[in-house]
Design a protein around this ligand. Sequence first.
Ligand code: DOR
Ligand code: ZN
Length: 424
Amino acid sequence: MDTKLVCNNVLYQGKFTPLEVGITGGKISGVGRSLGSATRTIDLEDKLLLPGIIDGHVHFRDPGNPEKEDFRSGSEAAARGGITTVVDMPNNKPPIKTPELFRDKREMAKKKSLVNFALYAGIPKNLSLIADIVNEGAIGLKLYMAQEEVDLRGLYAKIRDHNTLLTVHAEAPEYINPEGERLTSPTEYVNSRPPIAEIEGVKRLLADNGVRLHIAHATLAETVKTVEGAATTEVTPHHLLLSKDEVDLGDFTAVMNPPLRTTSEREGLASLLPGEVDLIASDHAPHLKRQKRTSDPAVGSPGLPGVETILPLSLTYADRAGIPLPRVIDKLTINPARLFGFSNRGEIEAGNWADLTVVNPDVQSRVTGQDFFSKAKITPFEGWEVSYRPELTIVNGEVVYRDGELTGTSGGVFLSGDGENSGQ
Ligand code: DOR
Ligand code: ZN
């Protein structure tokens, strides 16, 4: 055995239990009361040993905007946040909509990523390219409803043919005030993208079915209820924790698409977290402070960094809301593993890859944008007090982050979501 983790609180088969977890050759080689000797033993005492966090929605800006983030910095930030796998979006420059661009991005990210990664592709103009894109290993396709005109029936036929996943940013364009793009007031900007855009957007998607459909960043209970049974849903910590009534939208730091809702809408969404909601994802969308909209709307940039806050915010919130931790952790681990087909990740179980995260439940810390490993050093959660600090992140058996330091050398692997997922 290469490594043995000894811990009083291992999340194993749905419960926190005192156990030892053995790692050999990158995989979990045993879980038990007394595993015998190992080359290295790490005693985690009363910390929580969790399956590695799988963040199903990030934008690492590579290729396109390396000043905002690149795959190295984004994956380092992810490791610091306790994340062992990210699923990256295709709205790069250029957008990843051809097999060639997909391949280039995949090979680039293999060289740079410290954590495991999977990649979405965008919707190609010529839908027949989807076959090759899926063959290259895309985890699914991402549709930006507000920005792309697509023939949904034709797209659904392709999605079905290739049994891939369609993830949608569902805001119907006709309900978005086009003036919004030019507005310099954050409140007016937020109001230019009303709830009805999301509600009508998701209804449109359900007209046809038989596709694996996933709704990104749902902001309303009605969205989750409307699609239940027909699609999976994801929520972000910011839509769960912040509302446009309570937060200073300030210099656009708390502005993203879809935007924050009212307090009662936020509470409605949060009430479904313990049950219907499938995933929590960060929608890590980094922009530099100087790129946030000021008096010049041309530089306006909705989105916020999230990989370094998703885990402590989600668990701190679970405590506050009285939701048992395992229920929330499932939405960060096993549920995304199942959705994306990462068949041997997402749970602490002998035989699975050793993707593991350790958080310290007893330490309180303050969210400080300046300390982020992400290049985007701003957050609407600035100053928030959170528990559950990520202290140790293990990817494929390798310690990549420990106590404030990046320690990995071999990096993460590419996951295509079709079976063994050993990565290549
Ligand atoms: O706030 C957002 N930021 N929403 C999106 O849909 C895109 C993202 C980005 O890429 O910045
Ligand atoms: Zn996004």
